[in-house]
Design a protein around this ligand. Sequence first.
Ligand code: KG4
Ligand code: ZN
Length: 336
Amino acid sequence: MNFLAIETSCDETAVAVFTDELKILANVVASQTDLHSRFGGVVPEIAARAHLQRLLPTLEEALRQAKLSLRDIGCIAVLNTPGLVGALLVVVSAAKMLALALDVPLIAANHIEAHIYAARLGAGRDIFPCVGLVVSGGHTSLFHCRTALRFDLLGATTDDAAGEAFDKVASILGLGFPGGPAVERDAQAGNSRAYAFPRSFLHQDRLDFSFSGLKTAVLYAVHGVGVAHGPPPPPGQQRADLAASFQEAVVDVLVGKSRQALQRTGIKRLAVGGGVAANRHLRQALENMVKQENAELFIPPLSLCTDNAAMAAVAIEKRRHGEWASLDLDAIPTYR
Ligand code: KG4
Ligand code: ZN
């Protein structure tokens, strides 16, 4: 049975086709970076309008790659929460329309759970129960994932998400948008010990995160304490050192809290998902940490870390449990 999955929760228009045996036949992502980069971040209204324009061509491309037609689709999967409400309204309306027109069932899944399921896809085998770390532009959370569909929250960011901090620091350093890959690139030539940036909550017995103080520390290191604006540092050693020291601080905290979560739950599996999981320095540091903890790391290939629709394959688990959605499905912007 073939699933058609669609995801447009933020600034990627994504369509995937996969079978109920977890074979991915197509995974197409139309990025909107070109539209948002001059604003230094995602503009929700522009994102929603671009999804409207790009969804059908992306869907056609996915079917072409899968060598299938709409008549071969037996189920529609949609990620209806969380995300930007205007962007989610596009995908929810499209999914309902497709399910109605094709007379096939509709399944709604959660974007955060889907990011962890991407690690399941990458592993090619069952990964549950596990500790789940979701690190994206909108979320930084640790979960006890009892099954693919049953998550208990262990901790979350109290302010900025890790990806958001990467994007804001990239803007302070004049590195453009999206910030994560740009900071990672600049950091390669930098000294990660050049600046002693804060690592919030790292030595406290709680599994929450805070990145806004770190972001402000970078701002003050660039412009001076109390000064919020000024020209970014020019390309060169100082900028690379700032990028490397910032990245090191984020990685230390993400790795440290993941280690605490493994120790607290006694679980020996860590699954990581979300755009920041594409960061090579983080991947290496997590790899080293799980080895010390005698645990296993499940982290998807880069194309499954950032937003995509293949991760909506978590809908296969919902189908097994008979969790269908109806045509009064809503777009739900906040995580529940
Ligand atoms: O999961 P995602 O594609 O979208 C959300 O659900 O938010 O994550 C996007 C975030 C952005 O903040 C982006 O800067 C960050 O992931 N990101 C990275 C890297 N690639 C993407 N952060 C650090 N290093 C990277 N290589
Ligand atoms: Zn995401």
